[in-house]
Design a binder for this molecule. Structure first.
Ligand code: SF4
Length: 417
């Protein structure tokens, strides 16, 4: 019976998996082959990626305690996949004050955050000085808080307004307190695709220029890709190849984060014929291929629980990924495009989810320094989450034969979520 299982593997797929597990670099053609696997080939791919993950980074699953802060949702770039942006005259447009930003940082610190992730729309009235001011304002009060901020799109906007040379501009932000840069605004790094998704957004060459310039001054970044819309396996493979090439030169990427397209509430799906996001198999294939293609250059593969949900995230962490991402505490960008996986995953919940799949939860810093390894659950710290009351659903009265009996409900319990 076991022989039948291994005999069912397509030889071409077996050859690529063997190469990847032997530590040989796989090609974009190999990645395309793997991105098309199904059935027994797909199962073998997921298993191979999980084995590679174990060899690359062991059994730890990391997470970071962080808070998202979107400082404005005003944006006129007009990306077709975005449900977050507003024009300035819309009722729910906002532009956070210093006090609001600091209150969110205070909340983050009280809940154990080591990082704030700051991104926003491209507000035409906000320039490089505003970005600089945000950093200085937060660092003046919270000097130890790591600031992970400003996508390459925001860097492009600020840089053009500043008139400075690019590396000088980036260094100016670093000197004001910038710790790392999100590698977002990447979507698919192919201008044919970008011209459909977001014709007004920075092009591939500019994204690469900004990321390389950041890495050249020691400003590290994440790397991302958005899949499940109009892209082909070849686009994904080329994008991964571009990232791998940058990493070989700079070593500046901290991780790779595949981001599934959230389709419900945006133009790209509703009016432009994009697919309705990735299937479960696509989600898992994407993670597994990322692990095998990017090793040994990028060894941290993150799952986005906001996009995938927790249970599929757990499957992805058994299919090549090793990082659960951040607690977030607040999340608007995916939620406003239709994601319903929540805004906050407390650290204690991450630890439980990790132990459910028999792995070791580890709190990390933004740049993957191990802060605490939680081997023994009895050593876990108490929750730092605000305690809220919830109603307990259930009958207050029920029939017992011909009599109706009242039930004294217990006092509502305190819960964290
Ligand atoms: S994705 Fe970013 S740049 Fe594009 S419209 Fe939304 S907020 Fe603006």
């Amino acid at each position: 019976m076991l022989e039948r299982l291994s005999a069912s593997l397509t030889p071409e797929v077996g050859t690529v998996l063997d190469a990847a597990l032997s530590g040989r670099e796989i090609s974009t053609a190999d990645a395309v082959t793997l991105l098309k696997t199904d059935g027994p080939d797909l199962h073998a791919l997921l298993q191979a990626a999980d084995l590679a993950r174990y060899e690359d980074v062991g059994d730890d699953i990391t997470y970071v305690v962080c808070r998202n802060i979107n400082f404005t949702n005003v944006c006129y770039v007009g990306c077709s996949f975005c449900g977050f942006a507003r024009h300035a005259d819309e009722a729910d447009a906002y532009d956070r004050t210093d006090e609001e930003m600091l209150a969110k940082c205070a909340d983050a610190v009280a809940r154990g955050a080591t990082e704030v992730c700051i991104q926003g729309g491209i507000h035409p009235q906000r320039d490089h000085n505003h970005y600089h001011h945000i950093l200085k304002t937060i660092k003046a009060v919270y000097p130890d808080l790591h600031i992970h901020a400003f996508s390459p799109e925001e860097m492009d906007h600020g840089h053009k307004k500043s008139g400075m040379p690019l590396t000088e501009y980036l260094q100016w932000l670093v000197d004001a307190g910038l710790g790392t840069m999100p590698g977002t605004a990447a979507e698919i790094l192919d201008d044919d695709v970008r011209n459909v998704l977001s014709p007004n957004k920075l092009k591939t060459d500019r994204w690469v220029e900004i990321v390389r310039a950041a890495h050249s001054i020691g400003l590290r970044s994440t790397s991302t890709l958005m899949y499940g819309h109009i892209e082909s396996p070849q686009h994904i493979a080329n994008h991964l190849d571009l990232l791998r090439g940058i990493q070989k030169d700079t070593g500046g990427f901290t991780e790779f984060v595949p981001l599934g397209f959230i389709h419900e509430k945006n133009t790209l799906y509703n009016f432009m014929g994009a697919r309705a996001g990735a299937t479960t198999n696509e989600d898992l294939r994407m993670v597994a291929v990322s692990r095998l293609f990017l090793r040994p250059w990028i060894t941290n593969i993150q799952v986005s629980w906001v996009k995938m949900g927790i249970k599929l995230g757990q499957r992805a962490l058994c299919s090549g990924a090793n990082d659960f991402g951040g607690t977030l505490m607040e999340e608007s960008i995916s939620r406003e495009s239709g994601s319903d996986h929540g805004e906050n995953t407390p650290a204690e919940d991450f630890r439980r989810y990790v132990r459910e799949i028999d792995r070791t939860p580890v709190e990390r810093s933004t740049v993957y320094k191990v802060l605490r390894r939680f081997k023994d659950p009895s050593d876990d710290p108490p929750s730092l989450e605000p305690q809220t009351r919830v109603d307990i659903a259930g009958p207050e009265r029920f029939r017992d034969g011909s009599r109706v009996r009242e039930v004294n409900l217990p006092t509502p319990v305190l819960t964290n979520h």
